[in-house]
Write a protein that binds this ligand. Structure first.
Ligand SMILES: [Fe+2]
Ligand SMILES: [Fe+2]
Length: 312
C-alpha cells in the first residue's frame, strides 16, 4: 500500500472513533489497535471460562435443588460469555484454538480473581455479589467500546451479569436470615473476597501505562481508579443492607469528594497472583488443560462430521 493510501485509512479510522462510531472487522485499523483488542478480548474470554471453575466446584454440593439449578445456569452463562468473546476475537484474525493454547501454556492471562479458592457455599453468593458486581462496573462502559463485535457481545453479557449479581445477593440475604453459623460464613467470605474484588479493576492509573491509549481509542471509557471508586460507592450501601462489614477500617464517606475513601490495596499480592503465584493458579490451568485434552475427540468428530457434510 502506498503511504498516501495508508494515511487516508488512518484518517478514516480516527474519524470513526471521533464520531463515536464502531470499528468493524473489515475496516482498516492500526496494528497496535488490533493487537490491543485481541489481547483484551482474549483475556476476557479466558476469564469467563476459567471463572467457571471456582463456582463449578459447588454444583455437586449445592444445598438444595433450587440452588443447584441456579448455579448450573449461572456457570453455563459464563461458558456462553466465553464463546461469544472467543468469536469476537476471531473477527480480528486469530484462531480460537491458538488462543486456548496460549491460555494453557500460560502465555495469556485471565482475571486474577479466579485464582482464589471457594471455601464455603457463601463464596458462591459473594462471587455473584462482588465479583459479578465488579465485572458489571468494568463492562457496562464496554458496551460503547469502539470495536463493534466486542461492544455488541458486551450488551448481552452485561444483562446476564446483572442477573448473576442479583442471584448472589439474594443467596446472601437468605443466609443472613439464617443461623449464626450461616451469618459467619457470609462475613468470612466477604472478608476474603473484598480486596481481590477491588484488584479486579487493575493497577492504579499511575501504574497503568496502556490506559491513556486505550482511552484515546475509546476501547476504555473510564480509568481503573474511576471504575474502582464507582464499585466501592455502589457496594457500601449494599453491604449495609445485607448486614455485613467490609474488611477495611479506612472505609468512610468523604463529603468533600462525594465518594467513599478506602484503605491501601496490597498491589504486591495482585502482582504475585497475576504472575502465577496465587493460591489456585496451577490448579486452574491444569484443569483447563485436562478438559481441553479430554475434549480432543469431540473436536475431531465435529470436524469429521462437517467435512462429510461438505462432500455430500
Ligand atoms: Fe460472565
Ligand atoms: Fe457472571
Amino acid at each position: 500500500m502506498t503511504v498516501v493510501a495508508e494515511e487516508g485509512l488512518e484518517r478514516h479510522f480516527e474519524h470513526t472513533i471521533e464520531r463515536d462510531q464502531r470499528i468493524e472487522p473489515r475496516d482498516w485499523m492500526p496494528d497496535a489497535y488490533r493487537a490491543t483488542m485481541i489481547r483484551q478480548i482474549a483475556q476476557h474470554a479466558h476469564s469467563e471460562i476459567i471463572g467457571m471453575q471456582p463456582e463449578g466446584d459447588w454444583i455437586t454440593r449445592a444445598p438444595s435443588l433450587r440452588r443447584k439449578a441456579i448455579l448450573l445456569a449461572k456457570v453455563q452463562d459464563e461458558a456462553g460469555h466465553g464463546l461469544y468473546l472467543y468469536s469476537a476475537t476471531e473477527t480480528l484474525g486469530v484462531d480460537r484454538a491458538d488462543l486456548t493454547t496460549r491460555l494453557i501454556e500460560r502465555r495469556q492471562k485471565y482475571s486474577s480473581i479466579f485464582n482464589y479458592p471457594t471455601l464455603t457455599y457463601a463464596d458462591v453468593g459473594v462471587i455473584g455479589w462482588l465479583v459479578d458486581g465488579a465485572a458489571i462496573c468494568n463492562q457496562v462502559p464496554l458496551c460503547r467500546s469502539s470495536y463493534g463485535p466486542y461492544a455488541r457481545a458486551m450488551i448481552r453479557i452485561c444483562k446476564e451479569e446483572s442477573f448473576h449479581q442479583r442471584q448472589g445477593y439474594e443467596l446472601l440475604m437468605t443466609m443472613m436470615r439464617g443461623t449464626g453459623a450461616q451469618k459467619e460464613m457470609v462475613q468470612d467470605a466477604v472478608n476474603r473476597w473484598w480486596w481481590p474484588s477491588l484488584m479486579m479493576f487493575g493497577p492504579p492509573d499511575a501504574d497503568s501505562p496502556n490506559t491513556a491509549r486505550s482511552m484515546a481509542w475509546k476501547i476504555k471509557r473510564h480509568t481503573n481508579d474511576e471504575l474502582r471508586q464507582r464499585f466501592v460507592d455502589m457496594t457500601v450501601p449494599q453491604a449495609e443492607a445485607l448486614g455485613v462489614t467490609l474488611p477495611d477500617p479506612d472505609l468512610r464517606w468523604n463529603p468533600e469528594r462525594g465518594h467513599h475513601d478506602f484503605g491501601p490495596i496490597d498491589w504486591d499480592e495482585f502482582k504475585r497472583v497475576l504472575s502465577g503465584d496465587g493460591p489456585c493458579n496451577a490448579e486452574r490451568v491444569a484443569r483447563r488443560r485436562r478438559a481441553h485434552e479430554e475434549g480432543a475427540w469431540v473436536r475431531e468428530a465435529a470436524a469429521a462430521h462437517a467435512a462429510k457434510r461438505r462432500t455430500r
